[in-house]
Ligand binder design. Structure first.
Ligand code: NAD
Length: 679
């Protein structure tokens, strides 16, 4: 008996229910069950039509992605849809929650679609490196045209039922009683297959415009090109030919390294939240938050929390900093309303939850305090002492420090079990990554509360032990160091940036350095100079640039020169000279680098650092490093992250290449135990 698909009769209508919690994913069992149900419908003389509906909170909200890594077992979804289309009796799809991916393709195979108000439909396959493989690219254009299909399919866009109704994708919306309304609807429904409709003609110029937009948004990925090609086919070829080509392309893309990398990210990101829902310990609930410090990070964190519906008090000891920070927050929501991204009512409701103050006594009632004051241990100690004096004894206390030792901060508090790190990235209201830092004494329920908090913020969390630079900044430092080595050996900033941008990084490391300012890292290097091992390889180029007052974009020059108002920096002969002189001073014969070599050395350097992080116990799950790099550092998601790359290379090749990197890098490069990456 198939437990994932059941049928029953409501007089003359057969109700086919898909029940595969939590999202009714289209699994092999679901596909088998549907096929059997359709065959039963055909044979049942009492049933004149049918309704397919999902049990629980949703229709089929996607396919079972785990199956995508294996040879797909029959029946495949196109076979199920073919059976629906060939069935002599009309079949209505009843949608609540979400009909996504294969779920939406199944709906498009039915004779009509009825949805509950608020339901969502979409074909998000491109986000997994593939294209819809069960007719999505052929049936959707037949209803909404090629241009709109390119926009929705290539953007992986989900639309609400009312928009879908307007576009003609669904036939009816009901406010309640989806099943009984669908049954009633089925009684008057006739066979009406989308396959029999012709795709509306489109102007070549409109298609070309939609194509350009999609390629730009989709970062020019191969699957986006393919999706466009398939959608355009829907205009020029018979549907069966279009379907056959779509299926073949889907199968080819499904087993591509890119799709594998995207699945790897997908599962890695969901793993922590899964662990959270399996956790029996109820994390402490958080509703009211105090953010201490109204600077760059404080105001961004306040926005992130406010947008997630929390009530936020922002505190700063400096009145003008407080006023500036508060203005930033208020301006942010006003700008969203002006640009139409947020309704006025919503913005008003959010801002009602926002207060700011310079009085410590105002933090007494909060559940969570997030400290984002100056990066100075003495200041942090003073601030935590104030927090302890005024905050509720049960409030959780987090620091947003980037590099300071949170155990040392916690050690001076009366109750270190409630102290932990919440390391946001700038701009905090935008960046997805949130490093949750577990200190020696942090209670498990505090970490669980941190995860719950991250989830509500819509952030992607990773858990790090308390260690200098935590996860992301540690790996990024190894990456940047390797890039500086290559400067000394023969490459120039523009060449390294271009190689990494072509690989898919949002920005190259030198463009990033210029954007964030070279002075902060310079100050840190100076503070560490006394403890630095003089035998270790040390690149002086950034110091020389800083000594010349070249702090990056803000001073008009850094690794590049910036003309007034220009978006991008220009190559600078002065920088070339600084670099050439640095090489000469060390007696290095400069040599040519290829883009491949640059990217490979960077990846190896990151992989080595990840292996160190695992060995040192900073991360307990290697894939957290991939999540951090992709969500916080612009690592191209479709390459999966350094751990994914390492596993694709295999231990043998990786070990050989790493030996070479160790030689090239010289003293100070510590090879890690690479076995750790494969455990
Ligand atoms: P900032 O200088 O912009 O803001 C710090 C704010 O703290 C100032 O408004 C200051 O008035 C306030 N402040 C200082 N001492 C205070 C006290 N005793 N009581 C109350 N308020 C006080 O700094 P920022 O860039 O927002 O960084 C804040 C923290 O976040 C630092 O620990 C930093 O390392 C960390 N961080 C920064 C970034 C970033 O990109 N800027 C990213 C991640 C983490």
């Amino acid at each position: 008996m198939n437990t994932q698909v059941t049928t029953h009769l409501e007089s003359d209508v057969m109700v086919i229910t898909v029940n595969n919690p939590p999202i009714n994913a289209g699994s092999i069992e679901v596909r088998k069950g549907l096929l059997d149900a359709i065959s039963a419908l055909e044979k049942n003389s009492q049933a004149k039509s049918a309704v397919i509906i999902g049990a629980g909170n949703t229709f089929i909200a996607g396919s079972d992605i785990k199956e995508f890594s294996l040879p797909l077992a029959e029946p495949h979804l196109p076979q199920v849809i073919e059976a629906i289309e060939n069935c002599s009796k009309p079949i209505v799809c009843a949608i609540h929650g979400s009909a996504l991916g294969g779920g939406f393709e199944l709906a498009l195979g039915c004779d009509a679609r009825i949805a509950l108000q608020g339901a969502v439909v979409g074909l998000p396959e491109v986000t997994l490196g593939i294209i819809p493989g069960a007719g999505g690219t052929q049936r959707l254009p037949r209803i909404i045209g090629v241009e709109k299909s390119i926009e929705l399919i290539c953007g992986g866009i989900r639309i609400k039922a009312d928009e879908a109704l307007q576009l003609g994708i669904i036939n009816k919306i009901v406010k309640e009683d989806l099943l009984s309304n669908a049954v009633e609807f089925a009684r008057s429904c006739k066979k009406n297959r989308i396959r029999d409709i012709s795709t509306p003609d489109a102007q070549a110029s409109d298609v070309s415009l939609a194509t350009q937009k999609a390629l730009k948004l989709g970062k020019n990925r191969p699957n986006i090109h393919k999706a466009i090609e398939m959608i355009v086919n829907a205009m020029s070829m018979p549907i069966d030919q279009g379907l056959a080509i779509e299926r073949q392309v889907f199968q080819d893309l499904r087993v591509s390294t890119e799709a594998k990398a995207l699945r790897h990210q997908f599962f890695a990101e969901r793993k922590l939240f899964k662990a959270l829902s399996a956790n029996e310990q109820m994390p402490q609930s958080i509703e009211k938050i105090a953010v201490i410090g109204a600077g760059t990070m404080g105001s961004g964190i306040a926005m992130a929390c406010l947008s997630a519906g929390y009530s936020v008090l922002m505190l700063d000891q400096n009145e003008s900093a407080l006023a500036n920070g508060a203005k930033k927050v208020i301006d942010f929501y006003e700008a969203r309303v002006k640009s139409g991204k947020m309704g006025l009512e919503k913005a008003d409701a959010i801002l009602k939850n926002f207060t700011y103050s310079s009085k410590w006594s105002d933090i007494t009632l909060v559940d969570l305090v997030i400290e984002a004051v100056f990066e100075d241990m003495q200041v942090k100690h003073e601030v935590f002492a104030k927090i302890e004096e005024y905050a509720n004894a049960s409030a959780l206390l987090a620091s947003n420090t980037s590099y300071l030792d949170i155990d040392a901060i916690a050690a001076k508090t009366k109750n270190p079990t409630r102290v932990f790190g919440l390391h946001f990235f700038s701009p905090a209201q935008v960046m997805k990554l949130l490093e949750i830092v577990r200190c020696k004494m942090t209670a498990p329920e505090v970490i669980a509360a941190g995860l719950q908090f991250a989830k509500r913020l819509g952030k992607t969390p990773v858990i790090s032990a308390n260690s200098f630079g935590f996860i992301g900044n540690r790996i990024y430092a190894a990456y940047r160091r390797q890039c500086e080595f290559m400067l000394e050996e023969g490459a120039y900033p523009e060449q390294i940036d271009k190689a990494l941008e072509d690989y898919g990084f949002a920005m190259g490391p030198f463009a990033v350095a210029d954007m964030s300012g070279l002075d902060i890292a310079w100050a840190m290097r100076k503070s560490q100079s006394a403890t630095r091992d003089p035998a270790h390889r040390y690149v002086t180029i950034p110091d020389t640039l800083c000594q010349a007052g070249r702090f990056g974009r803000k001073t008009g020059s850094g690794y590049y020169q910036y003309l007034e108002g220009a978006k991008k920096g220009l190559s600078d002969p002065v920088v070339k000279q600084v670099i050439d002189e640095a090489s000469a001073a060390k007696g290095i014969d400069r040599r040519e680098f290829t883009s491949e070599e640059i990217v490979h050395r960077v990846l190896l350097a990151m992989i080595n650092e990840v292996a160190h992080l695992i060995s040192e116990g900073v991360v307990s799950d290697a894939t957290d490093c991939d999540i951090a790099l992709v969500n916080g550092y612009g690592f191209p998601r479709w390459h999966g992250g350094p751990v994914f790359v390492a596993r694709e290379m295999g231990l043998q090749r990786l070990s050989l290449d790493m030996e070479l990197l160790a030689k090239q890098s010289g003293p100070g490069f510590i090879p890690a135990n690479l076995d750790k990456l494969f455990e």
